[in-house]
Every structure is written in C-alpha cells, then in structure tokens.
Design a protein around this ligand. Structure first.
Ligand SMILES: Nc1nc2c(c(=O)[nH]1)N[C@H]1C(S)=C(S)[C@@H](COP(=O)(O)O)O[C@H]1N2
Ligand SMILES: [Mo]
Length: 380
C-alpha cells in the first residue's frame, strides 16, 4: 500500500456561514455548515476531512416540517412509540426500549435531494451539492427483534411505516404529516435508535427516538418516531404518495406509480482538493473522498484526473465500519501544469458501478453521477 500525503487542511479556510444557525441547531460548527434555510443545513464539501464518522456538529439537517418543541427532550425516557401490525400491538416508552438488547449500525444518512444542485434543470428544492450526507453511528433496538417479541407480523404485511412526532397545526391536512413506508425487507436492518455517535440523539436529528433504515435515503429514517406500523399498504401521506418519487422531468405532477425513493445507489465524490483549488504541478497531491454502496459494501474506487478518460485504482483508507457505512479513499497523483477534472467512481461488492450521468427526474432526487461530482482544479 502506498503512503498517502498528509491531509490537506483546505477546509480550514471555509468561510463562516452567511446565515446564522437556527436555535435548534446552534450546536453545529458554523464554519462547517451552509445554512440554506432554518430547516435545511448542509455540510461544506471537505469540511469533515478524512473522518470515517461524521461528527454530530457537522452533520446536515433537513426538516420537511418545523421540528417539534424542544420540550419533547425534557424527559426522553417518557417518549412513547406505538408498534402496530404485529400479533401483540403495544406502546413502548423509550425507557422500556433502553432495557432491551441494543445494536449499533454505522450508516450513511443522505438526503434524497443531495446533489440536486448539480441538475442543470434547477428543480425546485434545496440545491444541495455534496453535504446533505454524513456517516453516523446509530444505537437502538433492532426492529426485527421488537417484532418477534410481539408475536411476529400479522398476515399480509408488505410495508413498514414510520410516523413522525411533529404536531400539525389545527386545520392542516393530516396527509402533510411526515410518514414514510418502506418495503418490509428493510425491517431486517432497521433500528429504533436513541443514540447517535454514542450520545443521545438531539432534537435536530430526531431525538428522543428515531427510526433508522440503513441503505435507504434520509427521508425514510423518520425522526421523533411515534408510531411504527406494518401493513399491506403504503402510507397515504403526501410525502409517500406525491413526493419522493422518480417522476420523469417531463411530467407535470408526481404519480403514485412512479418508483419511490428508497434504496441508495452506489455513490462517491472527491472532497479534497476542493473545487477550483490550486495545486503545485509535479508535486504529490492526495485526491481524497468518500464512497458508499448504499445497500452493498464498497469493493473498490477508481479516480480520474482527466474527466473520466482514464482511471486509476484508489486506496481504501480508514476503518471498514460495515456495508452501510462509507469508506474513505485516497490516491496520490502528480499533475502536469494546467486544468484537471478530478472525479471518482465506486464499484460495490455485487459489481454495481456508480452511474456516469444523473437520472433526470422532476424533483432532482438521487444524483449519483460521477460526472456531476467532478471537481476542476488547476496545477501550476
Ligand atoms: N419526523 C421527521 N422525520 C424526518 C424528516 C422530517 O421532516 N420529519 N425529514 C427527513 C429527511 S427529508 C431527511 S433527509 C432526514 C434528515 O435527517 P437529519 O436532519 O438528521 O440529517 O430526516 C428525515 N426524517
Ligand atoms: Mo431529505
């Protein structure tokens, strides 16, 4: 294995956030974040350096609705989640869940719209580039064990549905609640989690209790979860039926028959050097980034410094934290004077390769294109 040049601290130059952090996310590192709005906060590209696990103070935040009152964090152990669609349905307090055997999963949490900012069609929604994603450790009760303890599923279950604990203002259509359904198989890996990176989950990330669905896009990991239900139908919520579907860009509205945004496809991107940065020609430069397979582990990552014409195998560095986590990769290169288009491409253990071109869709979901994630750098 070749040695990798020391971490380039280019991210230290990151400008402070232009908009202030909202109170519920005030603990975030302002220099690492881009505040798009109160409910959409992105991590700057490269801000996490080569950390395998994203710190909570750098993790992006995305809320579809205003988060619930911070009062729900006052007595976290009294938080109640109702488990339905099992032979013996019941309500559990978080205090009760904590007495059960817990598990920890390290997983990429990525917004379905991460990379939307690279769509030339400028779909409506936050123009995230790379930073609506992080890799974090969640600890809690495996859903499959909870289901087994309640006598198993009732017949006919095809979906697992989580309901968020936001309180809708009076007069608001209940279909605007945050409620997401995923295929039943996702239950095998799902966790009702109360810890992130070994600490209680803060309100911003769905505390006191969050459903996490490893390998699926962020929207499926329902924060402040108050109900976990199994049944034959998907939720009738707007977020399930008319949002988060891969609708062709040519369609005016989303059809419930368009594929839902569920499992994440393989994706990687270069974090350092940063876009539009300068490096010294002829000297060793470490190209560094992150790669994840979505539901399958990373097999290898290739890096190109000529916009995809030629590729070289990168080195996987840092710990392997399981198939749902991302891997860091690095490759030392020496660049000739001039402009270089640097990008990366992951292949997962099943042989799936990161796509070259984005899948065009109305809302700009799931941009995994290695072309769109390329960074232009100058060697001089
Ligand atoms: N209850 C609830 N859960 C939610 C959301 C929400 O608005 N309410 N937003 C979803 C979306 S779109 C994403 S990308 C992730 C963001 O998780 P984070 O804010 O912890 O990064 O939470 C998901 N779970
Ligand atoms: Mo999201």
């Amino acid at each position: 294995m070749s040695a990798v040049a020391p971490l380039q601290r280019a991210f230290a130059q990151a400008a402070p956030a232009a908009r202030p952090l909202p109170a519920y996310a005030a603990f975030k590192d302002p220099g690492s974040m881009i505040v798009h709005s109160t409910n959409t906060i992105e991590m700057r590209r490269g801000a996490a350096g080569m950390g395998a696990v994203t710190t909570v103070n750098q993790l992006y935040v995305r809320n579809n609705l205003a988060p619930p009152s911070a009062d729900i964090m006052a007595k976290p152990d009294e938080w109640v989640v109702s488990v339905e669609g099992v032979r013996v349905p019941r309500q559990f307090t978080l205090g009760e869940l904590k007495k059960r055997k817990s598990e920890t999963v390290t997983m990429v949490l990525q917004c379905s719209g991460n990379g939307r900012g690279f769509f030339p069609s400028k779909p409506s929604g936050t123009p995230w580039t790379t930073g609506a994603a992080g890799c974090v450790m969640f600890t809690g009760v495996p859903v499959r064990e909870l289901v087994a303890a309640q006598g198993g599923l009732l017949k006919g279950a095809r979906f697992m549905t989580g309901t968020g604990g936001e309180v809708l203002p009076a007069g608001i259509d209940p279909k605007s609640r945050v409620e997401r359904s995923v295929p039943l198989e996702a239950m095998e890996d799902a966790i009702l989690a109360w810890q992130i990176n070994g600490e209680p989950i803060p309100l911003a990330h769905g505390g006191p209790l969050r459903l996490v669905v490893p390998g699926f896009t962020g929207v499926n990991s329902v924060k402040y979860v108050k109900r976990l239900a199994f049944g034959s139908e998907e939720s009738d919520s707007a977020i399930q039926q008319t949002d988060y579907r891969m609708t062709p860009a040519s369609e005016k509205s989303v059809r419930p028959t368009d594929p839902s945004v569920w499992q994440m496809p393989p994706k990687s991107w270069v974090n350092l050097p940063l876009p539009d940065s300068q490096v010294k020609a002829g000297e060793t430069v470490a190209i560094q980034g992150v790669a994840f397979g979505g539901v399958h582990a990373v097999r290898h990552v290739d890096v190109s410094t000529d916009g995809g014409a030629t590729w070289a195998r990168a080195e996987l560095v840092g710990p392997d934290l399981g198939r749902f986590a991302w891997r860091q990769f690095a490759l030392n290169v020496k660049l000739s004077p001039g402009a270089h288009l640097v990008t990366s491409r992951i292949t997962d253990v099943k042989g799936n390769v990161q796509i070259e071109n984005r899948v065009e869709n109305r809302a700009g979901y799931i941009n995994s294109s290695w072309r769109d994630h390329a960074v232009k750098i100058q060697a001089a």
